[in-house]
Design a protein around this ligand. Structure first.
Ligand SMILES: [Ca+2]
Length: 202
């Protein structure tokens, strides 16, 4: 079997996102909220469609060549594969313990509201709690999932949103996805990630 991981540069469409954009507030309504007039995407190749050789993501695994997968390079789990396009990120799904990551550096976040989002599926999971998916900004965890809490992501991809406004200081940041999966040959865990987006609202 193989492991698949894909990264695409697609931007999540407006229909997929929950961030409120474009709405204007009354002039006397106090400080600005999460609305903004000029939201912009800060992730390049959020859909991983540049494939495992793409330059926007730094992806690696201690078990396979790359966690950025296509069905051709890695296979699939039943009908589960990329959420969009051809490529996606696949952590786990191996008969050996794996530690893998997909990181994008140089993500500039202008001061203002900023929201990270991605689509996640956990099409198979072990019964143990030792398998984890951790999302980081500059190495600091901002979101984490253990397989025992993966119920909402089992049947299909589901959207995850994370407010990263506190990191929006005008500097360049590193957005990371890290998967750690143990070896359980009878019930492996797989984390599928696709359509990563980080919209900043300067
Ligand atoms: Ca994709």
């Amino acid at each position: 079997m193989t492991l698949l991981f894909a990264m695409t540069g697609c931007w999540v469409t407006g229909a997929d996102r929950e961030l409120v954009i474009g709405a204007r507030r009354p002039v006397d309504s106090g400080p600005p909220d999460a609305s903004c007039e000029a939201p912009s995407e800060r992730i390049v190749d959020g859909g991983f469609e540049a494939g495992s050789a793409g330059a926007s993501w730094s992806a690696s695994s201690d078990q396979v060549d790359s966690p950025i997968c296509s069905a051709v390079s890695c296979g699939s789990i039943g009908s589960s594969g990329p959420r969009g396009g051809t490529w996606w990120v696949w952590f786990g799904g191996l008969n050996e313990p794996e530690s893998a990551k997909a990181v994008q550096r140089g993500v500039v976040l202008d001061p203002g509201p900023a929201e990270l989002s991605f689509w996640l599926q956990v099409p198979e999971r072990s019964s143990g709690a030792g398998d984890t998916l951790t999302v980081t900004v500059d190495g600091l965890p901002v979101w984490e999932l253990v397989t025992t809490d993966a119920g909402p992501y089992v049947d299909d991809y589901a959207l995850v949103t994370v407010d990263v406004t506190e990191h929006a200081d005008g500097g360049a940041h590193e957005i990371g996805f890290f998967g750690v999966t143990l070896a359980e040959t009878t019930a492996r865990t797989s984390f599928f990630i696709d359509d990563v987006s980080l919209v900043a609202c300067p």
